[in-house]
Design a binder for this molecule. Structure first.
Ligand code: 5GP
Length: 178
C-alpha cells in the first residue's frame, strides 16, 4: 500500500465543497414541500452525503444502503447485490440516491429499479463524479458534481483496497513503485 502515490489531484477540497453547496441548493429548491429521503450508498458516498445534507435546508430523512462493490480490484465485476438494506419504508416518499461515482451505471441502475419497486413517490439519482465514457447501461443521472475521464480516482470517500477514503481531495493513483 505504501508504494502507491497520488499522481495528480483532480479536485481539491474547496472545489468539491463549492460544487456540493450548489448541488445542495438545487436539491433544496427542487424538493421544497416534498417528503425527501436521501439514500447514501455505503461506503464511498459518506463524505459526499455528509457535506451534501448540510447544504440541504428543507426537512429530509437520511438512510443508507450497501451494495456489493469492486472489492480490491479496479474493474467492475458487473454483479450487484444489496448487502445492507434501508432502515425505513420509502412508500410515497421522494427518494434521492447518492453515489460517489457512476462508472458502468450497473450499481445505480440496479438500485434505481430496486427502490422504484417499493412504491416511492419518485426515485432520482445524484452522483459526485460521472465517467460517461464507461457507461454500459442507460441510467438517468439527475444531479452530477463533475464529469471525469476514464481514470481510477481515490479520495473523498473513494477507495483503493479500502484505503484513501479519508483524503479531503480527489486524485488519481500512480502505478506502484517496485
Ligand atoms: P458502476 O456500477 O457505475 O460501474 O460503479 C460504481 C461503483 O464503482 C462506485 O460506487 C465505486 O465503488 C466504483 N468505482 C467506479 N469507478 C471508480 C473509480 O475511479 N475509483 C474508485 N475508487 N471506485 C470506482
Amino acid at each position: 500500500m505504501d508504494n502507491w502515490r497520488i499522481e495528480e489531484v483532480l479536485f481539491g477540497n474547496e472545489t468539491i465543497l463549492q460544487r456540493v453547496k450548489q448541488l445542495g441548493e438545487k436539491i433544496s429548491a427542487d424538493y421544497k414541500g416534498k417528503e425527501l429521503v436521501v439514500v447514501g450508498v455505503l461506503t464511498g458516498s459518506v463524505p459526499f452525503v455528509s457535506d451534501l445534507i448540510r447544504n440541504i435546508d428543507i426537512p429530509m430523512e437520511l438512510d443508507f444502503v450497501a451494495v456489493s462493490s469492486y472489492g480490491a480490484a479496479t474493474k467492475s465485476s458487473g454483479i450487484v447485490e444489496i448487502r445492507k438494506d434501508l432502515g425505513h419504508s420509502v412508500v410515497n416518499k421522494h427518494v434521492l440516491i447518492i453515489e460517489d461515482i457512476i462508472d458502468t451505471g450497473l450499481t445505480l441502475d440496479y438500485l434505481h429499479k430496486s427502490l422504484k419497486g417499493r412504491n416511492p413517490a419518485s426515485v432520482k439519482t445524484c452522483v459526485l463524479l460521472d465517467k460517461p465514457s464507461r457507461r454500459e447501461v442507460n441510467v438517468t443521472v439527475d444531479y452530477s458534481g463533475f464529469e471525469i475521464e476514464d481514470r481510477f480516482v481515490v479520495g473523498y470517500g473513494l477507495d483503493y483496497a479500502g484505503h484513501y477514503r479519508n483524503l479531503p481531495y480527489i486524485g488519481v493513483l500512480s502505478a506502484p513503485a517496485d
